[in-house]
Design a protein. Structure first.
Lengths: 652, 202
């Protein structure tokens, strides 16, 4: 490599040369036209955008289910939904919001933005990324076909055994849940490996670990959490529960030596980290928004990184607080109470850092900032009730009541959905090249904030008054009618606010004001490229010398040239200090990810009905694996090989 | 910001790298962690069930037979040798040696896969007899799926090498394939100890 300051390389690049190279890159990286190109795309932005739109559609579906439940509960002894339909809808609501909306939405934002933020042209494994998305889509198809045909799961989003075993839940409803979980876990794990390797090996030159954007840090931490959390639920749902039901295994059958509490341990070992898997990326979105609209770097970069890591660490140590009502040793209860209290500290550290940033900055109350403020208010309330529930005596009183429903909605709506909306307003210009309408955005924010509090605050009181979760109706004599009606009014307000957001998106997607590359004056690398970004992201690899590259570069963006324009090539850098290390080829579009996802559909959905479909699915997958490998191994031109002994050899 | 300033060029960097300098190595490591962790959770679940059981295995089941699983364990240990030589041949860019060792590894890997049938037989109980048998069958079964995947990968790699499909990149891929093979063999050891030897001692 030539040295820094090489006369031939130094200096501003000729704009005509840059345009010529951009044209060549456009030709190399763009998808094939038409439906085939759409099905074959491996562009992380296309996949990320599809993930976001699909996950938002799931948010709307889950919202409609919530509206149906709130209609049913609005007055005592209502006959709007029967008990059976209500059971299916609350199970589908929880399953949709947790597995099909929240986790995929957060990873989707990562899959779209992480490569842009680290200055890469793509993700590490583009075809794996596409495979993950299609697998997720197959899972959605499974659940919603089941719902529309009256076969949706009906044992709650955590499918407790023995209720979910064949004896008490005959038919295939629980099988649908178990296999849906399998699809979403496969998708999440594919995304996690992609994000980890992209962050480790594809950061822009100079982006050492202390210059990684905080959103990327949160995505990295969460991807590592997914790697350790998702196998638990995959093992529990696919290898244990589905096997119990399909081939009469005995994991959870006490009469045959099985143990029902094993399911709760396995599920919540995944389930509690899941909350932070949803919530940490949302916090990651807050930081760049606060920085941008306060016009200063965030206070406590290192503290926020450490808070993310500490949260991830503790998140795996408090699953038993979901099981305080089961007969566990008291010493264990105490330990998990302590862990549940301690985890509030790193989150509080992050909140203090944002408040300090606002305090010492010049805040502008744009719509993304309003949502950040709404998040702080709502989430802190949810956090406080979380600390209350960490106490065993309180938890035993409130367990399985509406108090818990209120708590989890304050945490997830306040802690994840509000920052997500902040992020969608903030990055919508990057997705589409257009600005969302500010006035409609403010209507959306205020109605959402009011609606969320009116819908969920009364549930605290209902819970303390003894109203249990998952009941389809209640008697008038309980006195729960008025507060339930109020909660339903709040739900309507929330629905109106989301409709306003949809109107805003639909109006501005094609015809909104042109955004330009960096409409907010933000510091991250994603704002250095056009809006929406071109298929290759960056003409040349940016060179980074701070955590806020666009704020610290006064004139021209420093770059490294030399990646090829006539084939898809990405720059590999070293893991810690991001020194340029290699150029790797990146795959073109491929149909095999879609084909293999469909094979997974045959395998797992077929296994619900007959075990031999597993063999059929494996057989069909072999064709896909061969095709995938064949495409990877197409003969290409000469390569420069770095052997492990340090030699560089050129060979075809 | 529209203008760009060139600081350096990366055109002389290598396009094929080995080990942790390669994306595929990291991807392989990621899936090894996921699969290894899944097996760890299954083994912990097995031990969790054991702690609340009186006899292990529960009567009338017998402890697993050790003869065939031990033979297969020995074969797996031996298979590390061709895997290691294949990785080294890849790293030396020695195509004839790589072909030779990948063929040997493919044959040994298929033999291990065939012998896996008797690993199941050695459990001496059906999967649906009780929680013990379910756990043992599932642990061995899950590992078998990893084994199948690795055998297919090895055979596919060998095939592509003989068909001269991108031989250059195969050098690095072969090293990563061996890396995964070590994992498949290594993770079998705790499974063997807990599910086959374990019932005699815990």
């Amino acid at each position: 490599m030539s040295s820094l300051g090489d006369e031939a390389a130094a200096g501003t690049l000729d704009a005509r040369d840059v345009t010529r190279e951009a044209d060549a890159l456009e030709h190399t990286w763009r998808d094939r036209p038409g439906l085939w190109g759409w099905l074959c795309t491996v562009d992380h932005k296309s996949i990320g955008r599809r993930y976001v739109i699909t996950a938002f559609a799931m948010f709307l579906a889950g919202g409609i289910e919530a509206a149906l439940m709130r209609t049913q509960l609005a007055r005592p002894e209502n006959a709007f939904l029967g008990a059976d339909r209500y059971n299916q809808i609350f199970t589908t609501h929880g399953t949709t919001m947790m597995f099909l909306f929240a986790v995929p939405m957060m990873t989707a934002m990562g899959l779209y933005f992480v490569p842009l933020m680290v200055g890469a042209r793509s993700v590490a494994f583009p075809r794996l990324n596409a495979f993950g998305y299609w697998t997720y889509l197959v899972g959605i198809g499974l659940l919603y076909v089941a719902l529309l045909t009256n076969h949706a799961p009906d044992t709650g989003w955590f499918a407790y055994v023995p209720l979910s075993e064949s004896l008490y839940a005959p038919g295939h409803r629980v099988d649908v849940w178990a296999q849906l979980v399998t699809f979403t876990e496969i998708a999440a794990l594919c995304a996690a490996v992609n994000i980890i390797v992209t962050v480790f090996k594809m950061r822009a030159p100079g982006m050492s670990v202390h210059r990684i954007p905080l959103f990327v840090w949160s995505q990295l931490v969460v991807a590592c959490m997914i790697v350790f959390a998702m196998p638990a639920v995959a093992a529990g749902s696919t290898l244990m529960l589905a096997a119990d039901r399909a081939i009469h295994m005995q994991w959870f059958i006490p009469a045959r030596g099985g143990d029902v509490l094993l399911w709760q341990h396995i599920f919540w070992f995944f389930g509690h980290p899941e909350v932070y898997i949803i919530f940490l990326p949302a916090l990651g979105m807050v930081t760049p928004i606060v920085e941008t609209f306060c016009r200063r770097p965030v206070v406590g970069y290192g503290a926020i990184v450490m808070a993310n890591i500490a949260t991830a660490f503790f998140a795996f140590g408090l699953w038993v607080h979901h099981m305080f009502a089961t007969p566990l040793p008291e010493l264990g209860d105490s330990l998990f109470t302590a862990a549940s209290l301690v985890i509030a500290i790193p989150t509080a550290v992050q909140i203090c850092c944002w408040i300090a940033t606002m305090w010492t900055g010049r805040p502008r109350l744009t719509v993304p900032m309003l949502f950040v403020l709404g998040f702080l208010f709502t989430f802190i309330n949810g956090g406080i009730t979380g600390v209350m529930l960490a106490s065993v005596p309180f938890d035993r009183q409130a367990h399985d009541t509406f108090f818990v429903v209120a708590h989890l909605h304050y945490v997830l709506v306040g802690g994840a959905v509000m920052p997500l909306f902040a992020g969608l307003y903030f990055w919508f210009p990057k997705f589409t090249g257009r600005m969302l309408d500010n006035g409609l955005g403010k209507w959306h924010f205020w109605l959402f904030l009011i609606g969320a509090n009116v819908a969920f605050f009364p549930m605290h009181i209902l819970g303390l008054d003894g109203m249990p979760r998952r009941v389809y109706t209640y008697q008038a004599s309980t006195g729960w009618g008025p507060l339930n009606f109020l909660a339903s009014v709040g739900a309507v307000t929330l629905a109106v606010s989301v409709v306003i957001f949809l109107v805003n998106v639909l109006r501005t997607w094609r015809n909104g004001p042109i955004a330009g590359p960096n409409p907010w004056g933000a510091p991250g690398l994603e704002w250095a490229v056009a809006s929406p970004p071109p298929p290759y992201n960056f003409v040349h690899s940016p060179v980074v010398s701070s955590a806020h590259p666009l704020w610290e570069t006064s004139n021209a963006l420093p770059v490294m040239t030399g990646l090829r324009t006539d084939r898809r090539e990405v720059l590999i850098t070293t893991t810690f200090d991001a020194r340029p290390d290699a150029r790797h080829s990146s795959p073109r579009g491929s149909i095999w990810p879609l084909y293999l996802a469909l094979c997974m559909g045959v395998l797992f959905i077929g296994s619900i009905f007959r075990p031999y479909w597993v063999l059929v699915g494996i057989g069909l997958s072999l064709i896909g694996l061969f095709g995938w490998g064949w495409q990877s191994s197409r003969p290409i031109e000469r390569e420069r090989i770095a052997t492990p002994n340090g030699a560089i050899v050129e060979r075809a | 910001m529209t203008s760009l300033r060139a600081e350096d060029t990366v055109q002389d960097l290598p396009t094929v790298t080995f080990g942790q300098r390669s994306l595929m190595w990291w991807g392989t490591l990621g899936f090894m962690v996921i699969e290894g962790w899944t097996i760890a959770l299954l083994l912990v679940s097995y031990l969790y069930l054991r702690q609340s059981a009186g006899a292990w295995p529960p009567a009338p089941a017998q402890s697993p037979s050790l003869s065939m699983p031990s033979i297969n364990l020995g074969l797996m240990a031996i298979s590390v040798i061709p895997a290691m030589f294949a990785a080294r041949a890849g790293q030396r860019l020695d195509e004839p040696a790589l072909k030779r060792w990948l063929v040997v590894l493919s044959v040994v890997a298929m033999a291990i896969l065939v012998l896996r049938w008797w690993d199941f037989e050695a459990l001496r109980v059906r999967w649906d007899a009780n929680a013990y048998s379910s756990a043992a069958w599932m642990i061995v079964g899950f590992h078998s799926s990893l084994l199948l995947l690795d055998v297919l990968d090895t055979i596919g790699l060998t095939l592509f090498l003989f068909l001269r499909r991108q031989p250059v990149k195969t050098f690095s891929d072969a090293a990563d394939n061996s890396f995964y093979w070590y994992f498949t063999v290594g993770i079998w050891l705790p499974i063997y100890l807990i599910t086959y030897v374990g019932p005699r001692v815990i």
